[in-house]
Ligand binder design. Sequence first.
Ligand SMILES: *Cc1c(COP(=O)(O)O)cnc(C)c1O
Length: 374
Amino acid sequence: MVDLAGQYQKIKGEVDQAIQEVLDSAYFVGGPAIKKFQNNLQNYLEVKHVIACGNGTDALTIAMMAMGLKPGDEVITSNFTFVATAEAIALLQLTPVLVDVDPETFNIDISALEKAITPKTKAIVPVHLFGQTADMESVMAIADKHKLFVIEDTAQAIGSEFTFSNGKVRKAGTIGHIGTTSFFPSKNLGCFGDGGALFTNDDQLAAMITKVVNHGMEVRYYHDLIGMNSRLDTIQAAVLDVKLKYLEDFNKARRKAADYYDKAFQDIKGLRIPTRAVNSTHVFHQYTLVLSDELDHFEMQNFLKEAGIPGMIYYPVPLHMQKAYLDPRYKEGDFPVTEKLCESVISLPMHTEHSEETLKYITDKVIEFARSKY
Ligand SMILES: *Cc1c(COP(=O)(O)O)cnc(C)c1O
């Protein structure tokens, strides 16, 4: 699905040197390399504060802790997402309220979102799925109207840009009150282990986040609140600081691969290529096809596997049908779009190192499978 070894080879000299510098400095937690990376990411995102943390799931948890959300508060998120989004909500004993997604962009359905708001609602967590920013103009309008916090889950969309109707452009994760991201190795900006970060333009929230990530303390051994131990390792910050310089190029390479896929699949019966949102750029964390009813996605996955091609189904089961998240409020059929997508999507290998040769091999095989069903 990804070619992390190939990508590493291209930047090995710089990355190895950056790691060596951390080893020599013996600053393994904290230190100047963390500050440098946070500053560089701030500049790239054009956001006032970046606070690194242990991983993307913690980032979501920390955001909700920093906002002071309390057990029983309702937090709305989209049903078609990686489990971490709902997990963070549930772990804090907040109530995850699920809503369906837009069938074209796979991002939160705005009318469903508005309908899900109750007097207990405190926050909305839009997920920028597969590399496109959710309709943040509408999300923010609803949040303003109902006085709700917005946490953007940007784990899959770092570098994606959202254009408002007045022409203003903002990077994903910098529009809501807090943006969160993950530096898991396979993400668009990935480190060599676990990592994550939070973004905000709000000084007060930034101060809270800074305390939460480090045992609720600002002054060492004076604990103002109950926090966590969730920090980015310094070695990871050094790796990320090198990779950040190439993020735009990485995302461009992904887009180029996506263009190749689009062109090959656009007229093939049974395959629906990804819809590109009008107000967001796409950084193609995933390249995801929607298959017609004639094509079974598991069957295609097996067919590709036989040909040595990985294909992944993100996500096979909607959150409301996951064992751990079963909830009497929800039943099968309540989220028709999500449920249908879970039965019909398949993601193809997507990374920064695709050659035209491998793309041709993959697209030929996908087309061969699709044609065999008509
Ligand atoms: C990867 C991911 C996360 C969690 O990130 P980790 O660093 O693995 O904890 C959260 N949300 C979404 C949408 C993700 O894709």
